[in-house]
Ligand binder design. Structure first.
Ligand code: 5AD
Ligand code: SF4
Length: 477
């Protein structure tokens, strides 16, 4: 067995370094000998965090299926329990540690169960040491850069019954063609790039996901054409900062705007993307968005704060004024666009006046939704060392005040569609009443209406009758 002891330790210092080495695109190849190692075994994956993790879990499930494992619905039934973790805020990590504690009991009844922890948490030094020292029940730990090595880890864990910890601090290459078991049959996540080079001072992502690496345009276009052929209606392009797509290419000039315009020519009916960075969102991208077609009129554009002083401390590289200018440009070219955002309150040094500026910006920008968070210090990031004197109670109070205004925006955004006929991509049936279906409009508004289950995966016309804060209610026309 390989000696894993010298590989396990991730280093946040090393993870900060950006190597000039060019990214290689490799083709995934499974070791034929390992196909079948899971033939008599089952697995479950629990995914925490963002869409990036959801997409990674689809790849992990794809690999597990090729190895012969069967997916099951409960941890009790599963021979392999995989936790794909998130490190973005402390509460995400607490949930995973709580879950590991709860699951420990299952090993008493079945010591052969394998516990796997992967995703962003293992990329943090402190977390890996904690798992190593305090969570003996965990058998395999790997990070975000070595998903493709899962077959090898599982094989060794079964053969040698020893713990395997392998986390790379340096991002690897791009591995194409990892089998992917998609969670839905009509809507798909498509990674267009990996990593982030922004280094916002509060954020752990540039450390856990490595440097920005863009997939080759043709690989993305081919994947989306294939999805359209298979009957998929919608794709969501994924990247930590999709507007930086292509900046790492050394042999071609090809930007996010170029990608969007090439994807407009495919048969996929709906294109969404996340996440955008206000500094890098350029005029070309806005112009392509304005031509509409299959690009949906919704943009998630995280602003984080409305105070220039705080934006500077966050290293966001834009001002409240330049952010509002972009919003204005978007609205002048795409008048009905729906814009949503992310906001952090209680960043170190945020005063009541800074916070009031955020509230004013939320009003001015007319957001139709926002994910709002209290700042959570992440070990190894600059902001975790900034002095922070605001008591937690005050931060909670700010969050409540912010959410009140944000919720008014949600309601306003829904209200503007009353009496309209909207196109809804039907995604699910209510678990309370199987005659009630749900789906999303182009503007990403949730609509509930009565209809038959076989409409799931189809795009149907619905007349909106009533708007609530979180959803619309309508009838099929
Ligand atoms: N504390 C609180 N919120 C954070 N986010 C990222 N890092 C932190 C942190 N340390 C938020 C940002 C980002 C979203 C994905 O999570 O708002 O846009
Ligand atoms: Fe984190 Fe900033 Fe990169 Fe987003 S852009 S992942 S907030 S560092």
């Amino acid at each position: 067995m390989k000696d894993y002891s010298k590989y396990f330790a991730p280093s946040l210092k090393d993870a900060r370094k950006r190597l000039s080495k060019e990214t290689q695109n490799l083709q995934y190849q499974i070791d034929e000998k390992l196909i079948g190692i899971g033939n008599d075994k089952t697995y479950i994956i629990k995914t925490y965090g963002c869409q990036g993790n959801l997409a990674d879990s689809e790849k992990i499930a794809g690999i597990m299926d090729v190895l012969g494992f069967t997916e099951v619905d409960t941890e009790e039934e599963a021979d392999v329990i995989i936790l794909n973790t998130c490190a973005i805020r402390d509460n995400a990590e607490k949930r995973v540690f709580g879950e590991l504690g709860r699951l420990k009991g299952l090993k008493v009844f079945d010591p052969n169960k394998l516990f796997v922890v992967c995703g962003c948490m293992p990329q943090e030094e402190g977390t890996v040491n904690k798992i190593k020292d305090q969570y003996n029940q965990v058998d395999i730990v790997f990070g975000t850069h070595n998903i493709h090595k899962l077959p090898e880890y599982l094989n060794e864990a079964y053969l040698y019954k020893e713990r395997i910890l392998e986390v790379f601090s340096y991002e690897g290459d791009i591995v194409e063609n990892i089998p992917q078991k998609r969670a839905h049959e009509y809507s798909a996540w498509v990674n267009i790039m990996y990593g982030c080079d922004e280094f916002c001072t509060y954020c752990i992502v540039p450390y856990t996901r490595g440097k920005e690496r863009s997939r080759r345009p043709q690989d993305i276009i081919d994947e989306i054409k294939e999805l359209a052929r298979e009957g998929y209606k919608e794709v969501t392009l994924l990247g930590q900062n999709v507007n930086a797509y292509g900046k790492d290419f050394t042999d071609i000039n090809y930007t996010f705007a170029n990608l969007l315009s090439d994807l407009q020519k495919t048969d996929i009916e709906r294109i969404r993307f996340t996440t955008s960075h206000p500094r890098d969102l350029d005029d070309e991208t806005i112009k392509v968005m304005a031509t509409g077609k299959n690009i949906m009129p919704h943009l998630h554009l995280p602003v984080q704060s409305g105070s220039n002083r705080i934006l500077k401390a966050m290293n966001r590289k834009y001002t409240k004024e330049s952010y509002l200018e972009k919003i204005q440009k978007l609205r002048s070219l795409i008048p009905d666009i729906s814009i949503t955002t992310d906001i952090i309150v209680g960043f170190p040094g945020e005063t009541e006046e800074d916070f009031l500026e955020t509230l004013r910006l939320v009003e001015e920008a007319n957001f139709e939704g926002a994910f709002t968070f209290i700042f959570s210090p992440r070990e190894g990031t600059p902001a975790s060392k900034f002095s922070d004197e605001t008591p937690l109670a005050e931060k909670k109070d700010r969050l409540l005040r912010l959410n009140k205004i944000v919720n008014e925006g949600y309601a306003r955004g829904n209200k503007r569609f009353v009496s309209d006929v909207v196109k809804v991509l039907v995604t699910s049936v209510s678990n309370k009443n199987d005659k009630v279906l749900s789906g999303y409009t182009p503007h990403f508004k949730l609509v509930n209406f009565e209809g038959s289950k076989d409409l799931i995966g189809k795009i149907v016309d619905v007349k909106v009758e009533k708007a609530y804060t979180w959803h619309l209610k309508g009838v099929i026309v």
